[in-house]
Design a protein around this ligand. Sequence first.
Ligand code: ADP
Length: 457
Amino acid sequence: MALTGTSSGLHIVHIAAEMAPVAKVGGLADVISGLGKALQKKGNLVEIILPKYDCMQHNQINNLKVLDVVVQSYFEGNMFANKIWTGTVEGLPVYFIEPQHPGKFFWRAQYYGEHDDFKRFSYFSRVALELLYQSGKKVGIIHCHDWQTAFVAPLYWDVYANLGFSSARICFTCHNFEYQGTAPAQDLAYCGLDVEHLDRPDRMRDNSHGRINVVKGAIVYSNIVTTVSPTYAQEVHSEGGRGLQDTLKMHSKKFVGILNGINTDTWNPSTDRFLKIQYSANDLYGKSANKAALRKQLKMSSANASQPLVGCITRLVPQKGVHLIRHAIYKTAELGGQFVLLGSSPVPNIQREFEGIADQFQNSSNIRLLLKYDDALSHMIFAASDMFIVPSMFEPCGLTQMIAMRYGSVPVVRRTGGLNDSVFDFDDETIPMELRNGFTFLKADEHVIAVSVYFLS
Ligand code: ADP
């Protein structure tokens, strides 16, 4: 197999819809930069391809400039021009694709949640491959992530390999099987895939309805398929697979669960520029100083320095155990602790519900709900909190429990997916003492999280 890259490593290209800190919605963004940097450090040539969103954090890109070339790419029977921008993010070379398509696919003031997401991301996947093909690069690994770029796997083998672009092997990582990207079969044709060839039960037809399923397509068409923790890899062989369990079983030889890690440069309390005072495990003074600073900033009571502060930073979606988060807020208030929630919801009734809770606690000096996305504030909460809850119903990996531990905040988590692989209960005598690093519970009812918070308070 002809693989190219630096003299010692591979040439690896990640094609993704998110990358921290420039375009971040959740953990996918952290993984693209964290994994990219880790692979680069090991001597590989790593490049990233992203859409050029209007809403991304342009100030996080170094040397952003438009290239002299315009890449023409196929979509819905026509060719469309695309501007290609380059820049550096976190020391990694990134290509940003700006389509000159009348649909203005990435000029929507948000990353996801548009009526034509299937079109937008199938368009992006096609241009990303076209860019690599036209550049003549001899890529070793093309790594695509989640349904938004899962189109890359069938496009590569069914379209580009036939054009002689076949040096690469395809890795697909599914960060969450809840989101699979399904559509009426004919929509697959937009990006030039052959509907008749792919709309079959052993290829891209969804296992339970007549639509096509892009994540299934990537499982079938990739050389290797990964997910983000060993426990989740087992869970998706049953209900966790959300209908794809049989496909995963059929392809189990090329499917593996690998635990994510965090970017230890971004998440480092001894260098974190968002903190009032930097600190480390060897000098914890800064931890309490950050707690005091957050309390002051959020106008919370600071009468008692040892009053425990519980943190929670999350997308507010059912997966995250919103009923348990809600219960933990009330229980913490009742027990006289402090609670800071940072989260926002794409689900209108959940967002409304939490706005209601925020209103109830308007005059409280102990409870704050900040219903927005705010990177700087997230760093401060990790640093300020004494404990951190992640009561997810399911959790492919979860990064916030890892970040919390790095910032000296004790994780209280539900034992599922990657939480089960990274947090080990302090009282579990079957686990060696030196590995025990937090508190875990299994039941998903309100009583259990209340007990955990109570014992820690
Ligand atoms: P998921 O990918 O399911 O959202 P993860 O735990 O894997 O969950 O990753 C979430 C990432 O997004 C973490 O880096 C977390 O700090 C960040 N995050 C989530 N919600 C917010 C928010 N409202 N503001 C800032 N950062 C957030």
